[in-house]
Design a protein around this ligand. Structure first.
Ligand code: PLP
Length: 286
């Protein structure tokens, strides 16, 4: 029997209440967005794909020259302790590493990095509707920087583009860079064409999603052919099925792009999207 709590936080080396003011004004995450982060979904008290998230966190840290203040095993132990302390069964763990706490100056300071973390409840019902019925999106220019494979705290282009979608009355937006679809504001995207799954290659222009990697390995098991190649908005509009992949929303069909109905096959029983959704659910911790 689980007790529902608001969750728990960790900052500056100790566990604290979520609303305790612990981040100093001079934290570089606060001043510059100078840091990286991860989000892990916890199902029935167990963190899903923990090792893959830890490895990506390490890659992001290295890509911007950050050194973690503990070993990766130490980080895993902290996450596991935080989940237990939260007393939550269905939750999301958010953790970030900032370049540290130092008086504001662009140059890297000679101070330790600062790890902080929260564990909060997840209300899955808000995602089940889009998984079942699909989502409506718009296309929008990819106004992000060149190094989108880094899970950087700098999410201003993602935030602005998500808001643009919400203001347009739809769920989300897909980014278009140099005439090709890259990904969503907080998800990867794939399409099914003649039974083949096509998704943007894992270059520096997309985040190398953990859910995306999981979907690609499920395709190998299910005998679904995969091609990692760029595709245009025109190709997308005529796809049989289209879907996004991300840690919290998991696998969710797209049924409308820029006001035009698309990929409606995804909603039928037996579609590739439905098969992938069931296969994904089967991989979740019991
Ligand atoms: C830009 C972007 N792409 C893709 C993803 C999906 O990544 P993951 O499956 O690891 O959650 C996210 C997740 O937040 C994201 O922000």
């Amino acid at each position: 029997m689980s007790i529902e709590t608001d969750g728990i936080a960790y900052a500056r080396g100790r566990f604290v209440a979520l609303d305790e003011p612990v981040i100093p004004i001079d934290d570089r995450a606060h001043q510059f967005g100078d840091g990286i982060y991860e989000v892990i979904r916890v199902y029935r008290g167990k963190p899903h794909l923990l090792e893959a998230h830890i490895q990506r966190f390490d890659r992001s840290a290295k890509a911007i020259g950050l050194t973690l203040d503990r070993s990766l095993d130490g980080l895993v132990a902290l996450i596991e302790e935080a989940i237990v302390r939260s007393q939550l069964q269905e939750s999301q763990v958010y953790f970030q590493l900032s370049r540290g706490i130092a008086r504001r100056d662009h140059a890297y300071p000679a101070v330790p990095t600062h790890l902080s973390l929260t564990v909060r409840p997840v209300d899955d019902s808000k995602f089940t509707a889009v998984r079942e019925r699909g989502q409506r999106v718009i296309l929008s220019p990819d106004i992000r920087w060149q190094l989108c494979f880094i899970k950087s705290l700098n999410l201003l282009p993602n935030v602005m583009t998500k808001q643009k979608a919400l203001d347009a009355g739809v769920n989300d937006a897909l980014f278009v860079r140099d005439g090709f679809i890259t990904e969503g504001t907080s998800s990867n995207v794939a399409m099914i064409k003649d039974g083949m799954l096509i998704t943007h290659p894992a270059t520096e222009h997309i985040l190398h999603g953990i859910t995306r990697a999981s979907v690609l390995s499920m395709c190998a098991d299910l005998g679904i052919a995969v091609e990692e190649k760029r595709f245009t908005p025109t190709e997308l509009m005529t796809a049989d099925e289209i879907f996004t992949m991300s840690t919290l929303t998991e696998i969710a069909p797209i049924i409308e792009i820029d006001g035009q109905a698309v990929g409606l096959k995804a909603l039928s029983p037996g579609s590739v999207v439905r098969r992938l959704q069931s296969a994904y659910t089967a991989t979740l911790p019991l």
